[in-house]
Design a protein around this ligand. Structure first.
Ligand code: SF4
Length: 232
């Protein structure tokens, strides 16, 4: 199913623009509660002024905040960016470590952000789980639950490492373009295998007659059947 979705969304990749791991880390911190498009409007000027961790570590909130204000939550993000840069300089020689535990010790960096940077800029398999990955994977039936860490564990257990980053990228794009909160199932390449479609959207005669039929097309909290991922 991931391969089918990858065919529907060729060249799926993060939509953040970056040139190295430091820039992707900063851009991903800025993308919280914002959009990639908005972040991409801010980062060229930001990285011109602060091209690396050493430069950003010397920034002051008064100078940094006006540059990132349009991404929202600019005070917290300013604090996180400066703290992240200072810690990179103090503990990692200014480089971004290719390690989940070390990354998640940086200010403003959770598992999702760390996985984005690991998978896209550092060559370490990572499967970031955002709201799109949660929604789409639950609907299709390849994961179950609202907890990003648990869904990450289910998906990484079920997929080869080399597909982790791709899986996240295609599920995010599918969630943005097709499997939106109100899904466009008629445009979806995996609908024949999708639990949500079979239970709530597909032809009435194909739906189960056990009370699970939901003509409104709105999902319950968990639409997916329970799929046990194989142990690694
Ligand atoms: S069939 Fe509909 S609910 Fe299922 S993945 Fe496709 S768009 Fe989403």
């Amino acid at each position: 199913m991931i391969e089918t979705l990858a065919t529907q969304h060729p060249n799926a990749d993060t939509e953040l623009v970056y040139r190295n791991a430091f820039e992707l880390l900063a851009a991903t911190i800025l993308s919280a509660q914002s959009t990639d498009v908005r972040v991409n409007m801010v980062t060229p000027g930001l990285f011109k002024r602060y091209p690396d961790a050493r430069a950003l570590a010397k920034a002051t909130p008064a100078k940094l905040e006006p540059q990132i204000v349009s991404t929202g939550f600019f005070r917290q993000k300013s604090k996180a960016l400066i703290g992240m840069a200072q810690q990179l300089v103090a503990e990692h020689g200014g480089d971004v470590p290719a390690d989940m535990d070390l990354l998640t010790k940086l200010p403003g960096v959770g598992r999702k952000t760390a996985n984005v940077v690991l998978g896209h800029a550092l060559g370490v398999p990572g499967l970031p789980v955002d709201r799109h990955v949660l929604r789409v994977s639950n609907r299709i039936g390849i994961a179950e639950g609202d907890d990003p860490e648990k869904v990450e564990a289910q998906l990484t257990a079920a997929l080869p490492k080399e597909m982790w980053t791709l899986a996240s990228d295609v599920l995010i794009l599918h969630g943005r373009r097709i499997c939106k909160p109100k899904p466009l199932c008629d445009q979806c390449s995996v609908r024949e295998d999708c639990d949500y479609y079979k239970l709530a959207v597909g032809p009435a005669e194909a739906r189960p007659h056990d009370g699970r039929d939901r003509p409104s097309g709105r999902p319950r909290k968990h639409d997916a059947r329970k799929v046990r991922a194989p142990r690694r």
